[in-house]
Design a protein. Structure first.
Length: 261
């Protein structure tokens, strides 16, 4: 089972599960734990190969990862903890995992918070992925990762987020990075389906105003999925909203969750 940690709130029955992005770990939520624990039980996860979730023997035999298998890892933990349903908060690639989980087990998902959500790979990100696929066996993965971090989070005020993700990525193994990177081959059809199909679960997208790569497509989807979706845009903020503007992120998300609890 993947690694997890719990912060209980004895006066609440509501759970909030946090899912980080590729190359991150549960430590990226350090600015959320205290605030969220005031109102909810908090569950933090390290996705396979990240943080304390060291690659298992089973993972070693898997030729490739899929979003379904990663979502199944999350279900395994909430089953183990006997959590019937939870609110889910994700960042970046973690938002795809949450949406996949909602497709598979909608009754387990009370609401979805999609921070720095990825709903469409624009032209620039498609080029990035192609370059990555060409060089993934040649370049040390950290070189690639730093390049991606700069492309996605280019501004001076994005520096903290960049460094945090690069430092977390250092803990990944090259083989593990390549398996995660190969997920990008699956990403376009999965995202196309997510954009087309509105799922009947309350969803809040929290995006940085400067998240040029991913914000435009999120705006389009929220307009289309108006029955279930809301958008909150944070000014002077890039891709990793929970790290760059934690106070605004926490306030908006907790207010949304309390209205759905």
């Amino acid at each position: 089972m993947i690694s997890y940690s719990i912060y209980k709130n004895d006066s609440s029955t509501e759970w909030v599960t946090f899912v980080h992005g590729a190359g991150g770990s549960s430590s990226i939520w350090f600015k959320q734990i205290r605030e969220f624990q005031k109102y909810f039980n908090v569950l933090l996860l390290d996705l396979r190969g990240h943080g304390e979730s060291k690659p298992s023997l089973k993972d070693g035999f898997q030729k490739k990862y899929t979003f379904k298998s990663i979502a199944h890892d999350v279900i395994e933990v909430i089953d183990h903890l006997k959590i019937e349903a939870s609110h889910f908060v994700g960042i970046s690639l973690g938002t795809i995992v949450i949406r996949q989980l909602a497709e598979m087990h909608p009754s387990r998902v009370k609401s979805m918070i999609m921070g720095g959500a990825i709903l469409k790979m624009n032209f620039r990100s498609q080029i990035l992925m192609r370059l990555g696929n060409m060089f993934k066996y040649v370049l040390p993965y950290l070189v690639l990762y730093k390049f991606f971090a700069f492309m996605i989070m280019p501004k001076k005020n994005h520096k903290q987020s960049r460094l945090l993700f690069i430092n977390e990525a250092k803990k990944l193994y090259q083989k593990e990075f390549i398996k995660w990177f190969k997920l990008t081959a699956e990403i376009n059809p999965v995202l196309k389906w997510f954009r087309q199909v509105e799922i009947n679960i309350p969803t809040l997208y929290v995006m940085g105003e400067e998240d040029y790569m991913f914000l435009p497509s999120v705006r389009q989807v929220v307009e289309k999925h108006y029955k279930s979706s809301n958008l909150f845009v944070i000014e002077n903020c890039g891709h990793v909203v929970n790290v760059e503007q934690p106070n605004q992120f926490n306030k908006a998300v907790i207010s949304f969750l309390k209205s759905k609890a």
